[in-house]
Ligand binder design. Structure first.
Ligand code: GLN
Length: 448
């Protein structure tokens, strides 16, 4: 009830929620309370949570921030949603996002732009912007978002909360509306690292319904929290601290690294030589896969159908022309072009080859360190509207996050300070595949 009241009080300004399921939430809270009284409290008993609006839910709409799915209600719950419910969580509602998770500012949401709770008129990052803003504004205890090229970590960083992208395969994507299938992962956005460990523990694990989920036991992530940093080596990649980095961001992140060093970690310089190709590779692979995944939105099987046409080809084109926003169309065009006959080798194949080199950069780096520390986003939250006519500038701001998705490794964003203007700054920690425990123990040390 307190969280529902908080949503009522502040969401008119924050605009984090697209749908609130108050009745279902109160029923779930009653059930959780009964379980608790009966000594059957689950891991997340009674925890009021939000969901990015691309996780399928049977009881609430799943719009993906798009007119295309404005009235879509999924016939089933995503595996992560089922797991949250089994753990006793209370789902408050669905949260604003860039349309189909394409963006870094949540300005590409068809139903209104969420605003950064720290400063009016600023973006809250994206694409899981509503989910990060809701946690920062106390509208929910934590949220689940998705991260294809930074969409959990970047909004977490810009809103001053914790965000984790797990290892590719760690969490089932069954019921996550797909953006780029070789990159997508679901991850928690929380107020602190301990909550992040709990949420990950609840949602991780093998799922026969997701062929990419890995059959490997789920550790008690909570137990990793106290492990500390003694004996750990932290690598600092020179390529991540370029001249383009905002000076407040650099200062806060370097201070954070110094704190990790004071706590017992050894800090070494490392190199990730293919960093300069990450954005180009990502912006071929992600749109290519998106163009294929979004082919299902044809006006027949799902979502918006143009009411005025009878001929099938025209029905497809008019439905898609009317219901998709500009950024989604741009990605579909780029992706379709890159995959078209005659261009496949030059673009998708070449990008996949360079992707292997990027992954190998990490394999080499992790022979010399346990963790890689860097900023999350090159600058703090920018003003809403500032990058409207410059998609390339926004794509370039993903430079520090997309490589974890290309390599499939886990990465955590933890708050580490503020800019001179009082905007939050996040520090990113990356680890080798299935190194979530190392990330959580370092994150916890930094936080405390
Ligand atoms: N900003 C990146 C993009 O626009 C990443 C988005 C994401 O992780 N979903 O594609």
């Amino acid at each position: 009830r307190a969280h529902l009241a908080r949503i009522e009080a502040v969401d008119g300004r924050v605009r984090a929620f697209l749908a609130v399921g108050a009745e279902q939430a109160l029923d779930a809270a009653k059930r959780a309370d009964a379980d608790r009284r009966a000594g059957r409290a689950g891991l997340l008993c009674g925890a009021p949570l939000g969901l990015k609006d691309l996780l399928c839910t049977r009881d609430l709409p799943t719009t993906c921030g798009s007119r295309m799915l404005e009235n879509f209600v999924a016939p089933y719950n995503a595996t992560v949603v089922e797991k949250l419910l089994q753990a006793g969580a209370v789902i408050l509602g669905k949260q604003a996002m860039d349309e189909f998770a394409m963006g870094s500012s949540s300005e590409h949401c068809a139903f209104g732009i969420p605003e950064n709770p720290w400063q009016a008129g600023r973006i809250c990052g994206g694409s899981s912007g509503g989910s990060a803003a809701a946690v920062a504004a106390d509208e929910c205890l934590a949220s689940l978002g998705s991260d294809t090229g930074g969409s959990v970590r970047q909004p977490a960083s810009l809103c001053g909360v914790v965000g984790l992208k797990p290892t590719y395969g760690r969490v089932s994507r069954y019921g996550l509306v797909a953006f780029a299938s070789s990159l997508d992962q679901i991850g928690p956005l929380t107020k602190n690292v301990a909550d992040c460990a709990l949420l990950l523990e609840a949602i991780a694990g093998f799922d026969p319904r997701d062929a990419t989920s890995v059959n490997r036991p789920v550790p008690r992530y909570r137990d990793a929290l106290q492990a500390g940093l003694a004996g750990r080596t932290i690598g600092v990649p020179t390529e991540y601290f370029s001249a383009a980095l905002d000076s407040d961001v650099e200062k806060a992140v370097r201070q954070g690294i110094a704190v990790l060093q004071d706590l017992g970690a050894r800090v070494v310089d490392i190199s990730l030589p293919h960093t300069e190709y990450c954005v180009a590779v990502y912006y071929l692979i992600a749109p290519a896969e998106a163009s294929s995944n979004l082919a299902r939105f044809d006006g027949v099987r799902y979502g918006y159908r143009d009411p005025e046409t009878a001929e099938l080809p025209e029905l497809y084109s008019r439905s898609r022309a009317r219901a998709f926003g500009d950024e989604v169309k741009r990605r579909i065009l780029i992706g379709t072009y890159a995959l078209s006959a005659g261009y496949y080798d030059a673009y998708y194949k070449k990008a996949s080859q360079v992707r292997t080199l990027i992954r190998e950069d990490f394999t080499h780096a992790f022979q010399h360190c346990d963790l890689i520390a860097s900023p999350v986003c090159p600058r703090p939250a920018w003003p809403i509207g500032a990058t409207q006519d410059d998609p390339l500038a926004v794509y370039l701001s993903d430079i520090l996050t997309v490589s974890a998705n290309l390599a499939g490794i886990p990465a955590l964003s933890v708050p580490c300070g503020f800019s001179a203007e009082g905007l939050p700054i996040g520090l990113q920690l990356q680890a080798a595949h299935f190194g979530e425990e190392i990330l959580l123990s370092a994150g916890q040390a930094l936080e405390s």
